[in-house]
Every structure is written in structure tokens, then in C-alpha cells.
Design a binder for this molecule. Structure first.
Ligand code: URA
Ligand code: URA
Length: 212
């Protein structure tokens, strides 16, 4: 077990090794930045997304676009902050979209497998108590091909001995504004809070329930 200071040092050393990565030459050519991760090296909770989008590629920080702003609100509603959790993606580079002027594409299995050691090294240093996988692609990147996220969400999995909660990607909640879908993600976050031993207020317990 590393001390908190050792975790910070190790994570910064890892960042320095990952930033010049060119294992996916096509992504290294098209990217503006390598989006390593953000938050605390001593985080007990770590969120894993899919891959950087255009905003993240521009800023070098994960989850700063529209979906990221929703993730930030979810984290704050849990009584936490982006500074106290850790946020990273399966892929550290934005998937290129040759011949396409905008939009995103899903990372390929090869890209995910190539990049996964970087995330594994982050997890190994931080040793979070709980992992949250945001969306089906994040689950696939960690666990390999499984059932769809609709079936998986809300049920604990385990990744390298760490409890892993799969939930919907915040981008899905932006596309589907139904209260019932927000509530599902929120119920998953209540499970996570309980697992972390975080206090849960009545207000938090009742978020996104009809008539509240
Ligand atoms: N979507 C993701 O999966 N990750 C990001 O960093 C931003 C959007
Ligand atoms: N807070 C939000 O804004 N959205 C959720 O889905 C949960 C908490």
C-alpha cells in the first residue's frame, strides 16, 4: 500500500510516461492532447468513461463537454467533487474520425486493449474502493464483451478485486431526458454511496422520484 503522497508521485510519473504514448499511431497523429485523467490520487471512487471527445481532446481533461458537465452535477449531487474522485477513460486519445468533420466514434476493441494498461496502472496506483463504468463501451473495455448495459446497470461486478458498478453514460441521459432514466443512474449512485459508507440524506434518497 502506497501512502497518499506516494500515490500522487506515482500518478504524476505515470502521467509523464503516458503523455508521449504512440502505441496507436493513427490516434497519436490525429489527437491534440492525451487525456490522462483528473482528480485525486487518493480517491476512493473512480469513474471510467469511454474516450475523449472534441472538448476533452482540446483541453486535455476528461468529461468537460456537455456529458461531462452532467457527470460533474451527478458527482456533486452525491456530495462529492471532481477534485476528490478520480475520472479517466478507457482510451486516453480521442478516436479519430477520418473523412468526418464532426461527431465521435466508438473505440475499437484493439484500441481499447492497447490503451487498457494505462488505466490499469492508474487503478493500481489509486486503489479506489469502488469503480463506476459509464456506459456499455466502458464496461466492455474493462470486462470484455458482456450483456448490454441495460441488463448490466445497477448490478455489482468485480474488476481486479474492486467492486464495479456499471451505469448509463451521461450522454445517454442527455439524449433521453426521461425522469425514469435519470432515476436509474441515481439509484446506481446511491448503491455506490452506500458501498463507500457515505451519508445519504432523505433528499438524496428521493431524487428523481415522481412527485419530489
Ligand atoms: N465521454 C466519455 O466517455 N469520456 C469523456 O471524457 C467525455 C465524454
Ligand atoms: N444529478 C443529476 O443531475 N443527474 C442525475 O442523473 C443524478 C444526479
Amino acid at each position: 500500500m502506497r501512502s497518499p503522497d506516494d500515490k500522487e508521485t506515482a500518478l504524476e510519473a505515470l502521467r509523464a510516461r503516458v503523455l508521449p504514448c504512440r502505441k496507436c499511431e493513427h490516434l497519436a497523429r490525429s489527437r491534440r492532447t492525451v487525456v490522462f485523467g483528473t482528480g485525486s490520487a487518493r480517491a476512493e471512487l473512480m469513474f471510467v468513461g469511454e474516450a475523449p471527445g472534441a472538448d476533452e481532446d482540446a483541453q486535455g481533461i476528461p468529461f468537460v463537454g456537455k456529458a461531462g458537465q452532467l457527470l460533474t452535477r451527478i458527482i456533486q449531487t452525491m456530495g462529492l467533487s471532481r477534485e476528490t474522485v478520480y475520472i479517466a477513460n478507457i482510451l486516453k486519445c480521442r478516436p479519430d474520425t477520418p473523412g468526418q468533420s464532426s461527431g465521435n466514434r466508438k473505440p475499437t476493441p484493439i484500441e481499447m486493449a492497447t490503451c487498457l494498461p494505462h488505466l490499469l496502472a492508474q487503478i493500481d496506483i489509486i486503489q479506489p474502493k469502488v469503480l463506476v463504468a459509464l456506459g456499455g463501451t466502458a464496461v466492455e473495455g474493462l470486462m470484455g464483451k458482456m450483456e448490454g448495459i441495460t441488463k448490466l446497470r445497477g448490478h455489482w461486478l468485480e474488476f481486479h478485486g474492486i467492486p464495479l458498478m456499471p451505469t448509463y453514460h451521461p450522454a445517454y441521459l442527455l439524449r433521453n431526458q426521461a425522469l425514469a432514466e435519470k432515476r436509474k443512474v441515481w439509484e446506481d449512485m446511491l448503491e455506490v454511496m452506500a458501498r463507500l459508507g457515505l451519508p445519504i440524506s432523505r433528499k438524496q434518497r428521493n431524487f428523481f422520484l415522481r412527485g419530489t
